[in-house]
Design a protein around this ligand. Structure first.
Ligand SMILES: [Zn+2]
Ligand SMILES: [Zn+2]
Length: 299
């Protein structure tokens, strides 16, 4: 059987390689963040835990991991499509850096991050459209207090939408596979940071002009808690422009970033439970409209 110029066996081998790379990237980055922040340092960082009254249960974490592995199946298919399309000469991927030089290489990394930030904001707003939210984006919002494992916890349709940035880029402008790899690694780090559950940035970060343009773990954590606010990924520009930052964003951030460590702190990361009135795994029973802030739109 021929698919493009490749036999089915070669196609499966390539899929296995791409799938393995995606899962290793996820397990290493999300796994290390979970191991270090949620277990080894959870006591020391208890004052930085963003939702101190909530603890995700084991079932919730399994949900995040299960759907992430399903997502990689979709990402893997997109990956081999790009690979085959590139071999067929359909994409604008180039392999000789000298063809455009290092300045252009660096430019494409930055441009792709900026493009993805806009792509993510607007596809995210689209997925919060009532008619499709329940069918597409609710899987990700089952985590009302996400852990790093939630970074790729998507419904397969959302996985297709999230993967869409890569075909968009490779058909739009010349890009080197190395620039694409740097972008994808950056995306994974920042995605895990958004789902960290702990605020690591210093006090004043969201107010100082030098740093306020960048999002924080609190920003995306509040999106998981309140749903219809804080849609942005890397930067705060789109949320400011569209007035979709939660009105309590700065206050929430400061409550964690300026909190003082207490001598004998509890350990929310270690004290996971499937039970309890506020376990995140209970999110499926929550009417999402109840989580809407009274007025998320502020200037
Ligand atoms: Zn999320
Ligand atoms: Zn959302």
């Amino acid at each position: 059987m021929e698919i493009f110029s490749t036999t089915l066996l070669e196609w499966l081998q390539r899929f296995a390689i791409v799938y393995s790379i995606l899962t290793v990237r996820y397990v290493v980055i999300a796994g290390l963040a979970f191991l270090i922040i949620w277990t080894l340092l959870s006591g020391r960082l208890a004052h930085r835990y963003i939702q101190p009254d909530r603890r995700p249960g084991g079932k919730n974490i399994l949900h995040e991991i299960k759907y992430s592995f399903i997502t990689f199946f979709v990402f893997g298919l997109v990956g081999i499509f790009i690979f085959e399309a590139s071999r067929a000469g359909w994409t604008r991927i180039y392999r000789d850096i000298d063809q455009y030089g290092w300045v252009y290489f660096a430019f494409t990394v930055v441009a792709t991050i900026l493009l993805h930030d806009a792509y993510f904001y607007w596809t995210h707003r689209f997925m919060h459209w009532k008619k499709i939210f329940k069918h597409v984006h609710l899987v990700h919002h089952r985590s009302t207090n996400p852990t790093p494992w939630a970074a790729f916890s998507f419904h397969p349709i959302e996985a297709v939408i999230e993967a869409g940035i890569v075909p968009l880029v490779v058909f739009l402008y010349p890009i080197h596979p190395g620039a694409l790899a740097i972008f994808l690694l950056y995306m994974t780090f920042l995605n895990v940071l958004g789902h960290l559950g702990y605020e690591l940035f210093p006090s004043g970060f969201t107010r100082k002009p030098a740093t306020s343009w960048h999002n924080t773990s609190t920003h995306h954590n509040m999106h998981h808690k309140y749903f219809e606010c804080n849609y942005g990924l890397y930067f705060n520009w789109w949320d400011r422009l569209m007035k979709t930052n939660h009105p309590q964003y700065h206050a929430q951030f400061e409550s964690r970033a300026s909190a003082q460590r207490e001598p004998a702190t509890s350990s929310p990361g270690l004290a996971m439970t499937d039970s309890g009135p506020v376990a995140a795994s209970d999110a499926r029973a929550v009417d999402v409209t109840e989580r809407r802030p009274s007025n998320p739109r502020v200037a």
